[in-house]
Ligand binder design. Structure first.
Ligand code: NAP
Length: 283
């Protein structure tokens, strides 16, 4: 292996340690950050995600409020509950676990969460703040990817970054964060012909597609930073990313593994956003 491994577990642990110290400083002033996590329905993957988010809060001394509702919950009742949480001064972040049952409109739900508590950074206001370079909550996954890239010590100014994928939650905010860091950014998607022609020129590649082996060794510039956001299942049921890890690690300069790369950082950045919301509230 020629690439250096970017260890998301280790970085997330370090960030949780820093968050715990700042939570303790708030506690000394009689404040405790609170994150409300809402789960509607019984999607098995969502149940695991919310369990982790609650455990993460506890590990750093934050309060978590987990509310579970049946899939039959009406949209009106969910929006009413969000309004109540918006008004609750002990709640600094609100997260509604996606996907929601089909009868509930996800964007209406996201837009009901107060911008001041939108710790997922999914609202139109948060997205607009990012576009305009204004302070605001950054979506946790691309925010975590930026922290992973920072650990390489590579200055992105003048570098070419290619983002594969253009979802509102990963690809687009990722491209904007890289742009803010002065990279020259190309965004590729399912309509991009000859993906490799773009990625071979990239100093940084972020793969956020949801398909195995989207990025293979022949598509990577030697020495590049490769960040793998994808979460897929191998034939044996094990988790893997979008990147052909075994091949690409022989060409890249740095690479994130799956699992143990972006996933733990997404969770860590949720804690950071919630903490920052509470710190803002305390000033
Ligand atoms: P998404 O909404 O399905 O978006 C996927 C994107 O990939 C789309 O923009 C799509 O293009 C593009 N795409 C599809 N096939 C392509 C191809 N052959 N070449 C180039 N682009 C292609 O997915 P997402 O929510 O962004 O998530 C992406 C992956 O990251 C998933 O595996 C998800 O599970 C994972 N994820 C991981 C974390 C984590 O914490 N580790 C967090 C979030 C997501 P079009 O727009 O043209 O359709």
């Amino acid at each position: 292996m020629t690439a250096q491994l970017i260890d998301g577990n280790a970085l997330a642990k370090q960030i949780r340690g820093e968050v715990a110290q700042r939570v303790a400083a708030l506690a000394a002033r009689g404040r405790q950050p609170g994150l409300a996590v809402i789960l509607v329905g019984d999607d098995p993957a969502s149940q695991v995600y919310v369990k982790h988010k609650v455990a993460d809060c506890e590990s750093v001394g934050m309060r978590s409020i987990l509310e579970r509702y049946p899939a039959s919950l009406s949209e009106a009742d969910l929006l009413a509950r969000l309004q109540a949480l918006n008004a609750d001064p002990t709640v600094h972040g609100i997260l509604v676990q996606m996907p929601l049952p089909k009868h509930i409109h996800p964007q209406r739900v996201i837009e009901t969460i107060s911008t001041a508590k939108d710790v997922d950074g999914y609202s139109v206001q948060s997205a607009g703040d990012l576009v305009c370079g204004l302070p605001g909550f950054r979506p946790c996954t691309p925010y975590g990817c930026m922290k992973l890239i920072e650990t390489t010590g590579v200055d992105l100014k003048g570098k070419h970054a290619v983002v594969i994928g253009r979802s509102n939650t990963v690809g687009k905010p990722m491209a904007l964060l890289l742009l803010q860091a002065n990279a020259t950014v190309t965004v590729c998607h399912s309509g991009t012909p000859d993906l490799g022609a773009h990625t071979r020129q990239a100093d940084v590649v972020v793969a956020a597609v949801g398909r195995r082996n989207v990025l293979t060794a022949g598509m990577v510039k030697p020495g590049a930073i490769v960040i793998d956001v994808g979460m897929n299942k191998k034939d044996d049921g094990k988790l893997c990313g979008d990147v052909d890890f075994d091949g690409v690690k022989e060409v890249a300069g740095w690479i994130t593994p799956v699992p143990g790369g972006v996933g733990p950082m997404t969770r860590a950045m949720l804690l950071v956003n919630t903490l920052e919301s509470a710190e803002r509230d305390a000033t």
